[in-house]
Design a protein around this ligand. Structure first.
Ligand SMILES: Cc1ncc(COP(=O)(O)O)c(C=O)c1O
Length: 163
């Protein structure tokens, strides 16, 4: 549980990205706070431009991930602000050497299934949901993150700094 899903976005970046060394990948356009929290934490923001149908170009995704090796990929589905869902989400989870965060802030407005069931299958997946949208409780500041019980393979989880 987080102080809104915003806090969970921040925490995921803090856990998996080393300041000044790592980057995050996000769709463009998409929810601006992924880039905001990456920058605040000293991480680069890589933008994956959507095509004229607001879909991801898979070749561009593979190229950018191979070249730049981002640690976290934020997939907003349905996407804010374009409103469409990301097709073939498993392709991105399978082909990303890092954490894929599927932000389902607007899932209740979609006919698509949540990705929560995919947590059984993929240890590098995190699903975010929130009470702020369909439930109308943005003021309560309640966000939820669901993840696999398994450790995400070769990924390094940063240790907290000791004083
Ligand atoms: C896609 C998306 N994710 C997350 C949030 C953050 O919501 P909250 O921090 O209120 O849970 C928003 C809010 O606008 C959003 O549009």
């Amino acid at each position: 549980m987080g102080n809104g899903s915003d806090e969970l976005i921040d925490l995921i970046i803090k856990v998996f990205c080393e300041p000044k060394n790592d980057s995050i990948l996000m769709m463009n356009p998409s929810f601006a706070m992924y880039g905001f929290y990456a920058s605040v934490n000293g991480n680069d923001v890589l933008l994956l431009d959507l095509d004229e149908n607001f879909e991801i170009d898979k070749e561009e995704f593979l190229k950018i991930t191979n070249e730049k090796q981002p640690k976290v990929f934020f997939l907003c589905s349905p996407n804010n602000p374009t409103g469409n869902s990301v097709e073939d989400i498993e392709f991105y989870i399978q082909n990303f050497d890092g954490i894929v965060v599927v932000d389902e802030a607007y899932i209740e407005f979609s006919e698509k299934e949540s990705c929560i069931d995919l947590l059984e299958k993929y240890s590098n997946l995190i699903v975010l949901q929130t009470f702020s949208k369909a439930w109308g409780m943005a003021g309560a500041r309640v966000g939820t993150a669901y993840s696999s019980k398994k450790s995400p393979g070769s990924l390094t989880v940063l240790k907290p700094l000791t004083m």
